[in-house]
Design a binder for this molecule. Structure first.
Ligand SMILES: O=P(O)(O)OC[C@H]1O[C@H](OP(=O)(O)O)[C@H](O)[C@@H]1O
Ligand SMILES: Nc1ccnc(=O)[nH]1
Length: 507
């Protein structure tokens, strides 16, 4: 059908059709159409939205991302017809039925994700099917390789390239902000790409953004790393492993991280930057991604095997995930805590010890410290102020203010203390409930939003003592977090009545 173009400034890979035109083309909302500009021969595929009033019959509204391929002017006549279902949908269906992806099928899916051929609903179906039915090691390898092949790669002339990654799942895990500068300060190269929050309330990319821009093309990440030894950037902006960020976009609202996708997501980013030596942090505990040590060991073996297949030496550290790392959750609060440690603070112990242990493993792997001496070497770099100096160089080269101090970074102006309902020991501080509250308060989008935990598990409190403070940049978000907090019971103090169940006839 011939239709006339109207350009619409909408950030979706879609087009808008009048419902009568859609009907005569036999397409419905969510179906795909092929658009052909016969004058230039350019074609594009897009998903259909229909309207009865926003545009006239005979007109097609073309959204901005579709027009980056077509490059047509308003008023251009184009040919529009129903498009075939991509083969990748059949592959996704196969996984829903418990089947295995082949190498080619995986590539079809990844390419269609990168090219926006699959709709958000279809990507969600892919992630959900993989979450439920799993991916075996071959499928994870196919996914990792396809994710790398559809993006850009870094090629360093100096080696070894060191990298670290956490699978996430434990709140407050700001360790990259300490580990990356320690490793770079030791003279090694660490081009660290991170994702934004997936199941948490602040991923490393969200945190680093408080200090400096995190969106760079791949080549710039390489140049910055060559100059100062390290960079901490958002993987989603680099075009390194571009499928990864799109998959994460659809995991985030579900708060899931499908196991196969998770391994591929992490390892594709390491492979694409040309890492030789990789340390993986696997937080273990209830309410994390990995509930038991046994499961953690199995995952570690999978990471190591995939590393072998891809030619990277991988070591894993199972870490304690039952309790948040440090005392803070949310961008500003976490960055303030990490910077304070770089500036010489000797607390919080959980943050410092975890960061030094992981940095230490990397230093040992790279031969910068003898066996068993890595954490000590990392502690030396931290104590000497070299890690702080390196962090300042990283901040500066990424375009931030290198003179920033921990005290300059303040949490949101609205806050509320959650207090102990009685005397006793804090016996439970539920990770998942804390993340829910931090997200409701606005984290990670509102940088000032988050939680400051005063009394972690095992602390003795008196009735009325603040256990944690919720911060928000906007009052209504704080109110929402307080309201939900009352029903979530994120904290248990020994002896607390968990719930009172009255007799129905006497209430
Ligand atoms: O939101 P959840 O699922 O907890 O974790 C996601 C975070 O974990 C990883 O951290 P890093 O890059 O190794 O520091 C990711 O890159 C991301 O920042
Ligand atoms: N799925 C993922 C978990 C943790 N980090 C990532 O980059 N990706």
């Amino acid at each position: 059908m011939k239709l006339t173009v109207k350009l619409l400034d909408i950030e979706n890979r879609g087009v808008l059709l009048h419902s009568t035109d859609a009907r005569s083309m036999r397409v419905r909302d969510g179906d795909r159409v092929q658009i052909v500009d016969e004058a230039t021969g350019k074609t594009a595929q897009a998903h259909v939205d229909t309207t009865g009033s926003l545009i006239e019959p005979g007109v097609i509204g073309i959204y901005r991302p579709v027009n980056t391929t077509l490059a047509v002017d308003e008023g251009t006549p184009v040919e529009v017809r129903g498009a075939e279902r991509p083969a990748s949908l059949e592959h996704i269906k196969k996984k829903m039925d418990g089947g295995r992806f082949t190498k080619d099928e995986t590539m079809d899916i990844v390419r269609d994700i990168v090219d926006d051929v699959l709709s958000p609903g279809e990507i969600t179906a892919y992630v959900t099917a993989s979450y439920i039915n799993g991916l075996d090691m071959d499928e994870v390898e196919y996914l990792t390789r396809a994710t790398v092949e559809t993006g850009e790669h870094l090629r360093f002339t100096r080696h070894p390239i060191v990298d670290k990654h956490s699978i996430g799942g434990v709140p407050g895990n700001k360790i990259t902000l300490l580990i990356a500068p320690i490793i770079a300060a030791s003279g090694l190269l660490i081009p660290k790409t991170s994702s934004r929050a997936i199941t948490g309330a602040g991923g490393t990319a969200d945190l680093m953004e408080v200090l400096a821009p995190v969106s760079f093309p791949a080549l710039e990440v390489q140049q910055m790393t060559e100059k100062v030894g390290g960079a901490i950037v958002w993987g989603g902006a680099t075009n390194i492993a571009p499928a990864d960020d799109k998959i994460i976009t659809y995991e985030y609202p579900l708060r899931i991280d499908a196991r196969g996708q998770m391994i591929a997501s992490v390892m594709a980013k390491k492979f694409a930057v040309g890492a030789d030596l990789v340390v993986i942090d696997i937080p273990v505990g209830r309410n994390t991604k990995i509930a038991t040590t046994q499961e953690g060991r199995k995952l570690a073996r999978e990471f190591i095997e995939l590393g072998d297949r891809l030619g990277m030496r991988v070591e894993c550290a199972l870490s304690y995930g039952e309790s948040l790392v440090g005392h803070t959750i949310g961008p500003n609060l976490e960055v303030r805590e990490a910077l304070a440690v770089l500036e010489g603070a000797t607390e919080p112990n959980s943050l410092i010890q975890k960061s030094l242990s992981l940095a230490g493993i990397a230093l040992e792997m790279a031969g910068k410290a003898g066996p068993g001496q890595g954490a000590q070497a990392a502690a030396e770099i931290l104590r000497s102020g070299k890690a702080l100096e390196k962090m300042r160089q990283i901040i500066e080269i990424q375009g931030g203010d290198p003179t920033v101090k921990a005290e300059d970074i303040v949490p949101g102006e609205y806050c509320f203390d959650v207090r102990a309902p009685q005397d006793g020991y804090v016996i439970e501080l539920n990770n998942s409930a804390l993340v829910t509250l931090a997200r409701l308060a606005g984290s990670p989008y509102d940088h000032g939003a988050g939680l400051l935990v005063h009394a972690k598990k095992g602390t003795r409190v008196r009735k009325g003592d603040p256990i944690f403070t919720i911060y928000a940049d906007r009052e209504w978000r704080l109110e929402r977090a307080i309201e939900v907090g009352r029903t979530l019971m994120p904290v248990l103090v020994e002896g607390m009545v968990l719930e009172r169940i009255p007799h129905e006839r006497w209430v």
